[in-house]
Write a protein that binds this ligand. Structure first.
Ligand code: ZN
Ligand code: ZN
Length: 436
């Protein structure tokens, strides 16, 4: 009888996949890994949204595909222990190695590995690496799976690029590359692609992103209903990654008596040339990192996957938002005209009364640590249920009285933002219209 291989484990503390050592096997950090001395805390990788994996070919920290091939086991002999590294039949590949493999240049992949190991031109080492690579690649199976757990460096998506980003994503859903089973996408990919096609596109500016992220942490006891979630298909992108999961975008599409929520992280930062071009063509700008199906009356709170998206939506509908629809980029307009599609519209969302960035401008300069620490932040708002609807019989959560805290010289502190949000008390005078 064949027993299935044990599930791959990673360390809960440092998120690095663990090796096994000895008989019976115990889990250890990879020998080359410099840790702070913490003990490995094994957890199945399928339980983690982020795994600090490296390319199994060259050691690059941002792998993007998993490939299936020959079962390869390597034995590393260190001074303290003999470690059996079972690379197994599944290898992670970075965008550059994948490009070389696709183009039929496995020798260039070996070059990368040799360079990463810093072993100079030692022909014996090179030969061993080549053996390992070929043992895997010679038995490679068709197909590949997108690796969605890689912690890519922060990347920023501009309002102008949103139609293209959306289209690539829909294209990926309709394609044949697999998504990890752990994400639970079976059978819904086409539906999500359709929903994306029909989605309203929202780009949330810096200050509105700050506000939404903060308000989401205070969300309690909300139930999803026609008044609390987006009514139909929307695709929302924040000006910077939000929450500890570093989410850059979310799609909310109608599916099976409810909605399918997908959260995305941005990929590709640090790449250039052909590997970047391939990545954009074949995957795009975003990879799904978590998904959930929601139905009416479903309770959600600050810890729910949908918290930031729902909060952003509620803030938009409670008139905290000012929405511009800048003219679409010429190239995008032409591309849509060629394929006889309606011109895409991107709704740029900012806090009412603030004109921080001109319509359709590219995303603001990525925030460095310095600006982040010296700038202001939102505190002390709270959610309250506001009566609305026929006979004021319905309730909708409204975020009340947040204010900004930070250095006195911060321009935001004296801006109309604070006044607007603290003086416009909800009147309970009927439903707030959805943004046009
Ligand atoms: Zn660890
Ligand atoms: Zn690589």
């Amino acid at each position: 009888m064949i027993t299935p291989p044990p599930e791959e484990m990673a360390c809960r503390t440092c998120l690095v996949p663990l090796n096994t050592l000895g008989t019976p096997p115990t889990h250890v950090h990879p020998v080359h890994l410099a840790t702070d001395g913490h003990a490995p805390a094994p957890v199945p990788v399928s339980h983690l949204a982020t795994v600090r994996r490296t390319c199994d070919f060259c050691g690059d920290p941002y792998p993007i595909w998993t490939l299936n091939g020959g079962n390869v086991t390597a034995v590393a002999i260190a001074s303290s222990a003999t470690v059996v590294q079972n690379f197994g039949e599944t290898w992670a590949a970075c965008a550059t190695c994948q490009t070389h493999i696709d183009d039929g240049h496995p020798n260039l992949v070996v070059d990368r590995a040799v360079q990463a190991l810093g072993v100079g031109t030692n022909p014996e080492v090179r030969g061993r690496i080549e053996e390992l690579h070929l043992a895997f690649l010679d038995d490679r199976l068709p197909g590949r799976t997108l690796l969605t757990t890689t912690p890519w460096p922060a990347a920023f998506i501009t309002a102008k690029d949103l139609p293209k980003v959306r289209d690539r994503l829909a294209h990926f859903y309709l394609g044949s590359d697999d998504l990890p089973a752990a994400l639970g996408f079976t059978g819904t990919r086409g539906q999500i692609a359709d929903g994306l096609d029909q989605s309203r596109l929202y780009w949330i500016d810096d200050d509105f992103t700050d506000l939404a992220e903060h308000a989401a942490t205070q969300l309690t006891d909300l139930t999803i209903g026609h008044d609390t979630g987006p009514p139909a298909n929307v695709f929302i992108t924040w000006s910077r990654p939000v929450t500890q999961h570093q989410i850059t975008a979310a799609s909310w599409t109608v599916a099976n008596d409810g909605w399918q929520l997908v959260l995305y992280r941005a990929i590709g930062a640090g790449l250039d040339g052909k590997p970047l071009q391939r990545l954009r063509e074949q995957v795009g700008w975003l990879v799904p990192m978590a998904t959930a199906h929601l139905t009416e009356q479903q309770p959600i709170d600050a810890g729910h996957l949908a918290a930031t998206l729902i909060t952003t939506w509620l803030l938009i509908t409670q008139k905290a938002a000012e929405i511009d629809i800048p003219k679409v980029d010429k190239a995008v307009a032409k591309a849509y005209a060629r394929t006889k599609r309606d011109q895409p519209e991107v709704r740029v969302v900012r806090i009412r009364g603030r004109h921080s960035s001109p319509s359709g401008a590219p995303a603001p300069t990525p925030r460095g640590q310095g600006r982040r620490q010296s700038s202001r932040f939102w505190v002390s708002g709270h959610w309250r249920n506001q009566a609305h609807g026929p006979g004021r019989s319905l309730r909708r959560p409204v975020y009340i009285n947040p204010f900004l805290k930070g250095p006195a010289e911060s321009p935001v502190k004296t801006s109309s933002t604070v006044r607007m949000l603290s003086t416009h008390k909800p009147q309970g005078d009927g439903p707030t219209p959805r943004p046009a």
